[in-house]
Design a protein around this ligand. Structure first.
Ligand SMILES: [Ca+2]
Ligand SMILES: [Ca+2]
Length: 298
């Protein structure tokens, strides 16, 4: 399991452990929740890995494979979420809308869209986008194509409590405490990357143990590794938490100080009340600040 997937799971678990423990009981649903946001990423990784596996075969092996098994035209085609590959009468691959999605019959499998419409599953939302784009008679409501509708959070749509000014003020310290707990849990389970685990063990002994988990979380969110957290990179963090932590949306909006839809490391650090001299890019390796800090202490 990827650390970012585990992070979401543990964050959700930390909330659930306090407020809604019963949500954890449905294992299949939990598995889906944990994996759905990363589905696209995992698929991408698998696609990238697949050709490497073929490259390792000797030329003779490959020749014999090609004579025995015709290449699957669908193997080369990438379809969007809610679609899958089908061969037409000429044997050519093309993407079609999924005929159906698995039915979970469980409100916890549902998703609420940015238009405040509940869908039975993430698959069903994407399938409806496909059907409506293609003017299919199974399209239920064409408004799904308006204003870049997207999935907002897991669960049925509900009236989300609004975040008060005092809750929003307190949120950075709540977030910071979660991240500290998450990093500790992952380290205990030996599920942190080794470099982060080493940094974590050093930072735990420092005077500011909450700094490292905040810097680490930025690296976890930035899956594209461009040192910018985009809206789509925030989705895996927001979706499982929004119905449980009603301030998370407002908090993340506030982090994006210049409202350009992206959060930089500096914006993230300030949003979590880190002093300027603690905001350090640790995504590629050893945190110098923490090294220095521990050495001074030691
Ligand atoms: Ca990024
Ligand atoms: Ca920004």
């Amino acid at each position: 399991m990827k650390p970012s997937t585990i992070l979401v799971a543990v964050l959700a678990t930390l909330c659930l452990s306090v407020e809604a423990r019963h949500h954890k009981t449905h294992k299949r649903d939990q598995h889906r929740r944990e994996h759905a946001p990363h589905h696209e990423q995992l698929e991408k990784e698998l696609r990238e890995e697949a050709p490497k596996a073929v490259e390792t075969k000797s030329p003779n092996e490959e020749d014999s494979l090609q004579t025995k098994v015709a290449p699957d035209p669908c193997g080369q085609l990438r379809c969007k979420e809610g679609q899958h590959c089908r061969l037409n009468e000429a044997g050519e691959a093309h993407c079609v809308c999924m005929e159906s999605c698995s039915k979970y019959n469980d409100p916890r499998s549902a998703m609420c869209s940015s238009q405040n419409v509940t869908y039975d599953s993430e698959c069903e939302f994407n399938r409806q986008v496909c059907l409506c784009e293609r003017h299919d008679h199974d399209c239920i409501d064409k408004r799904i194509l308006d204003n870049e509708a997207h999935l907002d959070y897991y669960g049925q749509c509900q009236e989300l409590q609004s975040c008060t000014a005092s809750e929003l003020k307190e949120f950075p310290s709540r977030m910071s405490q979660w991240l500290t707990n998450v990093m500790e849990t992952l380290d205990q389970r030996q599920e942190l990357e080794v470099r982060f685990s080493d940094m974590h063990r050093r930072s735990r002994r420092s005077k500011t143990p909450q700094v490292l988990p905040i810097l680490w979380e930025f690296c976890e969110m930035d899956t594209s590794k461009d040192r910018i957290v985009s809206r789509s990179e925030l989705f895996p963090l927001i979706a499982p938490l929004k119905s449980l932590e009603h301030c998370i949306g407002d908090f993340l909006d506030r982090c994006d100080v210049n409202s350009n839809g992206e959060i930089t490391l500096e914006e993230w650090g300030h949003c979590l009340n880190l002093p300027d001299d603690s905001i350090e890019d640790i995504c590629d390796g050893v945190g110098e600040h923490h090294e220095r800090h521990v050495r001074i202490q030691g």
